[in-house]
Design a protein around this ligand. Structure first.
Ligand code: G6P
Length: 626
């Protein structure tokens, strides 16, 4: 939650750079936004406002500017007001700070700073940061050291980025929320190569950065510091990741990474990332959500075309484990839940799903020989990271299935499998889900010693998805959304792997259209939910040609008998359906195809109800707070 972006370097339009980057980070939070730039006369100018950054033009914010920080906010402490929007400044106005996460002990720090004469303008926890740094800077005259000692006072998980006008530096530190540096070298070819293969050290730093009164050195390259890569993707694909407990200081001339606790320098390699700018843009589509739904024509195949030796290694790790847990949040959690069925049906192997936020209570079950499989699109979700910490404390191994290469979860796991769905920008997760399902099903097949069979099935499924997502099909779902758009309640039922997909369908519809939707196991209807059914209540039944087909059909009939309007998502048509959404028969991979028309339906429900599907109210794409 909250997007951070900062720039220092040779370019002279820093205000514009950070504003444009912020637009690409807006999925992280969109309550309010703000920018601080160093002006030619050395002062800081701040522009901030509530609402989305939308069409704001940063080029007018400051002239000939080479140092700026920016922020898009998802409020935690303090309401959505202009004063609470970041950046926040020190009393003397030389320090501007943007922040993601929570300074848990801010009240205590604020009290002490107030006693020393500091004035606060906002209700945020963030505002203590520039003031405490200012206090520490008075003592040492070394800006980086001041940020470091200030950070040592904070408790909680956070990422912080501070701009200092006097030393012309950016300093960033993280203890839980992501921060990535982008390096753009003037006139030098991009030296990093594929992820994992590069070993280019950071340029040596001849002198300590951030010292008071030293002559500011002329930047000869550009550094971007952001919560996520898309912020600086138009400028560079060469990145350096900050790990937890690390900080970085740069003046556009040199860069130093160090340990916050000890202050010791840390060598940092540069990594070349493979995402393209085009992949991260929405192209001709009106919204990222629709673009990402359409990306599934190719993204499922990318998740399946994995290195087979690696898949067999992961299957072997599951086979050897004494107890395997699958955890994730939200949509990724539903992929984990579906995988319980995959492992049961395909490999006759027992794995346990648990919502990541609930996992810490399960630590009693963990042993060094246990395995935790974590699934996450962003690779940064706080509850998932906490589950990993719980497992690591018990000596258990962690297998991560993630989309974002180089993310914290990807780097901290013992084994990592990338689903390679490409950047997912809409808050509602679509192509990441189907990539996660495909990867999990592939592993289940490998565990059942049927890897080739699984691969063939999944590649056929990918081709079926590509056929299915044709303009006529999409139009038909748009028409159904038109017929449904004024209903306030909607229920979805499924059995086996279609049960988690029913829950996922409800999430998709709720989060983008704000229609009250709930997903149930079909067999549970008669134990309560059927009391909600009235004449004309829309109910969607997710089905496949499988061993539970007749069960779910009976459940649909029970609903119909109470007046429900039945929409069947099924490879076959049945009389009970008032509407039939045809899906290909994908056998064990049916969950993957069944969710896709619901994603499209949810998208059109949102649009037809006048909601923005890419940025639903109260939600954020990457949940880095607990
Ligand atoms: C947020 C997003 C969801 C996502 C969940 C888990 O709630 O809005 O779309 O499923 O976080 O995120 P992750 O990045 O761990 O998959």
């Amino acid at each position: 939650m909250c997007g951070i972006f900062g720039y220092v370097g040779t370019r002279r339009n820093a205000g514009e750079i950070v504003v444009e980057g912020l637009k690409r980070l807006e999925y992280r939070g969109y309550d309010s936004w703000g920018v601080a730039c160093k002006e030619q006369n050395g002062s800081v100018s701040v522009n901030k406002d509530i609402g989305r950054i939308g069409t704001v033009d940063g080029s007018g914010f400051c002239q000939d500017c080479a140092l700026a920080v920016a922020h898009t906010r998802w409020a935690t402490h303090g309401g959505v007001t202009q004063l609470n929007a970041h950046p926040h400044l020190s009393c003397d106005g030389t320090i501007a700070v943007v922040h993601n996460g929570i300074v848990e002990n801010y009240l205590e720090i604020k009290r002490e700073l107030k006693a020393k004469g500091h004035t606060f303008l906002s209700e945020t926890d963030t505002e203590v940061i520039p003031h405490l740094i200012e206090e520490k800077y008075k003592e040492t005259g070394d800006f980086a050291a001041a940020v470091r000692t200030a950070c040592l006072h904070f408790t909680g998980r956070y990422a912080v980025l501070a701009l200092h006008t006097e030393s012309n530096t950016l300093v960033a530190a993280r203890t839980g929320s992501p921060l990535i540096v982008g390096v753009e070298r003037e006139g030098l070819e991009n030296r990093a190569t594929e992820i994992g293969k590069s070993q280019v050290p950071s340029p040596a730093c001849p002198a300590k950065l951030g010292e008071r009164n030293r002559e500011s050195r002329v930047p000869h390259q550009s550094y971007f510091i952001a919560s996520d890569i898309p912020a600086f993707l138009p400028f560079t694909k060469t990145v350096q990741y900050l790990d937890d407990g690390e900080m970085v200081v740069t003046d556009g001339h040199s860069i130093i990474f160090s340990d916050i606790e000890t202050g010791e320098e840390r060598p940092k390699r540069e990594i070349g990332i493979t995402w393209s700018v085009e992949q991260a843009e929405k192209g001709d589509f009106d919204h990222y959500m629709l673009k990402e739904i359409m990306d599934q024509k190719e993204s499922v195949a990318r998740a399946v075309n994995q290195d087979e030796t690696q898949i067999m290694t992961l299957a072997q790790a599951i086979r050897n484990a004494q107890g395997t847990f699958l955890v994730g949040c939200g949509t990724a959690g539903k992929a984990c839940m579906a995988a319980e069925y995959f492992f049961s049906v395909v490999a006759e192997h027992h794995v346990n799903f648990c919502a990541a936020s609930e996992f810490k209570v399960y630590h009693h079950f963990l042993k060094p020989a246990s395995l935790l499989i974590v699934v996450s699109q962003s690779g940064e979700t706080a509850d998932v990271l906490e589950a990993m910490e719980v497992a690591k404390r018990k000596g258990s191994k962690v297998l991560a299935i993630v989309n974002v290469e180089g993310s914290t979860i990807a780097r901290e796991a013992d084994y990592t499998l990338l689903i390679r769905a490409g950047p997912e920008r809409a808050v509602a997760s679509t192509k990441a889900l189907t990539g996660q399902l495909a990867a999990l099903l592939l592993i289940a097949y490998a565990l059942g010693d049927r890897l080739q069979e699984g691969k063939t099935l999944l590649l056929e499924t990918s081709a079926q998805i590509s056929d299915m997502l044709n303009p006529r099909y999409v139009e038909r779902l748009s028409k159904l959304a038109e017929d449904m758009k004024d209903r306030e309640d909607l229920y979805i039922i499924g059995k086996s792997w279609n049960y988690p997909m029913a829950m996922e369908s409800a999430i998709k519809i709720q989060e983008v259209s704000y229609v009250h939707a709930e997903g149930f196991a079909g067999g549970e209807l008669k134990h309560g939910p059927i009391a909600l059914i009235e004449e004309g209540t829309p109910c969607i039944a997710l089905m496949g040609k499988d061993e539970v087909q007749m069960d779910i059909l009976s459940n649909a009939m029970e609903l119909k008998a109470r007046g429900a309007w039945i929409i069947g998502v099924s490879p076959e048509r049945f009389e009970v359906f008032d509407e039939w959404i045809k899906v290909p028969d994908a056998g064990v991979a049916q969950a993957i195809v069944n969710i896709i028309p619901i994603q499209v339906l949810a998208y059109f429900l949102a649009v037809k109800r006048g909601k923005d599907p890419d940025m639903p109210r109260n939600l954020a794409k990457s949940v880095t707070v607990k």
